[in-house]
Design a binder for this molecule. Sequence first.
Ligand SMILES: Nc1ncnc2c1ncn2[C@@H]1O[C@H](COP(=O)(O)OP(=O)(O)OP(=O)(O)O)[C@@H](O)[C@H]1O
Ligand SMILES: [Mg+2]
Length: 468
Amino acid sequence: MGKTSLLIVDDEESVIKLFERLARKEKISYASVKNGFEALDFLGKNEVEVLLLDINLPSHSGFQILEFLKSTQNLAEVIVMTGSGSVEQAVKALKMGAFDFMTKPFEDLDRVMRNIHNALEKHRLVRKISELQKPQKVLNHYQDLVGRSAIMQEVYQLIESIKNSSATILIQGESGTGKEMVAKAIHTTSTRVNKPFKVINCAAIPEGLLESELFGHVRGSFTGALYDKVGLFEEANNGTIFLDEIGEVTPAFQVKLLRVLQNGEFKKVGSGDIKHTNVRVISATHQDLKKLIHEGRFREDLYYRLHVIGIHLPPLRERKEDIPILAYHFLNKFNEKLKKNIKEISVEAMQYIQNYSWVGNVRELENVMERCVVLVKGESIQSKDLPEVFLNNRRPSSVSLEFDLASYSYKEAKNIALESFNKTYLQQLLKQSGGNVTLASNRAGMDRSNFKKIIRKYDIDIHEFRRE
Ligand SMILES: Nc1ncnc2c1ncn2[C@@H]1O[C@H](COP(=O)(O)OP(=O)(O)OP(=O)(O)O)[C@@H](O)[C@H]1O
Ligand SMILES: [Mg+2]
């Protein structure tokens, strides 16, 4: 995360220019944006110390940004800028937690600068206190989400920080990366937890039906509408709706969604009555919505409405350190489900698993683990038990500790290191003795039958070592 001391948010070029000049003079690092959406985007990517925020902005009002900052426990201090005479706005902003307000046009620039310096000072103080209080702990899981990578820690923290917010959330990520699970975790953590969580897959339902699923319909509004139907926006009132595959909805439907997001109003199909709803909307897509907007297939204003907070779930191949913990999580899950007792995944098998491309992401890993648990007879999953495509990948060069031990707990890491050592040792012994078990076991100072047992345990083929 980059750090910026002052973020200027105003659609007026002259205001931006003024503050940029002042900031340069005072050697304060700064950035400027022209609308609410850019501001949110910037705040998501950078640590900002003080915001100079115009209240009347295109795309989001300054109040919405203020609300977002407070609900996400962002520590940036906010100085709002209002037109002269709008005392009410200033008071409202202060009540929402703004540090101070300034009215335009600015007459006393010295006072303006003092204000900014005071806000910077307060921010630094508050930050210091909060850092002293914050224990940094790596979580292996959060709710039902498993993973210990840095990126998952960020996801956990974000979910935690938006507990009290009702802002819309857009989750983007490839298929199988856990978008629906994240949506569920957000709902469960939020204050809406005791209200409904409704899921709808927009790609799976034809447009006409989608409208009546979400908004409901009145009897007789179309052929087959024999009864009144309550839609999800009504059913999920005070709860959460998860709109999956949002990239698939038609332009006509996008307009209707926009309306309900803008003012919480909708009409049932076939009815003129306006209904009100209070629903937190989380949407998800595997598509690149920016690209769809560019191609004219997705409304930009709807995108802004859906995307007050954005979560990007990276593909599994970009967070390989999550693979072992997920693999063991699924191993346990299917052991229980299928009443099996497979205790481990061999080091070599895990190397293949970690090196695999996982285009189907976590879902594919889950499926592969289920298959292994069904098929494996013994107590450990070996590389030969993996689907053939895994073995077509580059074979891990001997059994080594090539991969990241730090992604395991101490106990797991020790077992891995031990297994790796045992395997290498046995292989070297057998190589030296040309695959002669008696000779090898003598050299190792071990009983022949014990030695054979260990070779079997590690799935070592002695024929490989026999000399012609
Ligand atoms: N972090 C995780 N921890 C545990 N299980 C996970 C995790 N991520 C995904 N899964 C599992 O992987 C499967 C796919 O997850 P989910 O349905 O949330 O993905 P998705 O991104 O919505 O996929 P799609 O785009 O295909 O709808 C589910 O069975 C889920 O239980
Ligand atoms: Mg999904």
